[in-house]
Design a protein around this ligand. Structure first.
Ligand code: CA
Ligand code: CA
Length: 76
């Protein structure tokens, strides 16, 4: 792949403009994977606030603030 391209698992190259645009451009969608996009995993909650920490869903509504601003306990 070229400098401005992202290499998919199956050796295909896509432009980096297509990364994290919610459309699968790689055959297996790895241009939208959490590792590439820096999002939380499907079983994690994304905290609000500047740091956007990821916590396990297990810690949402456990009566203890795990996010920096405690928003994991806000909508229980
Ligand atoms: Ca994409
Ligand atoms: Ca919590």
């Amino acid at each position: 792949c070229l400098m401005h391209e992202f290499s998919c698992t199956r050796g295909r190259c896509v432009s980096r403009h297509f990364l994290c645009d919610k459309i699968f451009d790689c055959p297996y969608g790895d241009d939208e994977s959490p590792q590439v996009c820096g999002k939380c995993r499907f079983n994690e909650y994304r905290c609000k606030g500047e740091r956007k920490k990821c916590i396990s869903n297990y810690f949402v509504c456990d009566s203890k603030a795990d996010c920096p601003v405690g928003d994991d306990e806000d909508s229980c």
